[in-house]
Design a protein. Structure first.
Length: 159
């Protein structure tokens, strides 16, 4: 297998969303994970300004252009993507400057976080439920103990 084919195979099978952006922040490449997350085909996304994928494109434009001009990496957590059906998806993303032989660009990597956030919320809910259950058990024990003592004292008085 040729090296170029191996690279393409690796990119095509990543779960991480990978986009290459040109100097005008236009999408010049995307892998199948990007098509899947963004619910759109390569043909529809190629040439699109990548900042338009986000809920707040103006803020992203400033961050993306700064990363490109200053040739520095940039990472943002819990950014919101605006999907074609107008739903929103939470992602973590990283920008890495690319200095290609032809022109500069950016590598944009995204990880969907909605599933992770949902799991974290469920774990917090389960933990809160366990804490509440233990508190109720402790209270029940404390209520039962004095009642047992009162019952014993009343039996002694009855004799």
């Amino acid at each position: 297998m040729k090296y170029e084919n191996t690279q393409q195979l690796v990119l095509d099978n990543l779960n991480t969303v990978v986009l290459m952006l040109g100097t005008n922040l236009e999408i010049t490449y995307l892998n199948p994970a990007a098509e899947n997350l963004l619910a759109a085909s390569t043909q529809r996304l190629l040439g699109l300004n990548a900042t338009q994928l986000f809920v707040d494109p103006e803020d992203k434009y400033n961050s993306f252009t700064a990363a490109l001009k200053e040739s520095r990496s940039y990472t943002e957590r819990k950014a919101r993507l605006l999907m074609p059906d107008h739903s929103k998806v939470t992602v973590d993303y990283s920008l890495t400057p690319l200095n290609l032989s032809v022109e500069a660009g950016l590598l944009l990597e995204m990880q969907p976080m909605d599933r992770t956030i949902r799991i974290d919320k469920e774990e917090a809910l389960i933990s809160a439920h366990d804490t509440s259950r233990n508190l109720v058990r402790g209270l029940a024990h404390e209520i039962k103990n004095p009642l047992g003592g009162i019952r014993g004292a009343s039996q002694l008085l009855a004799q």
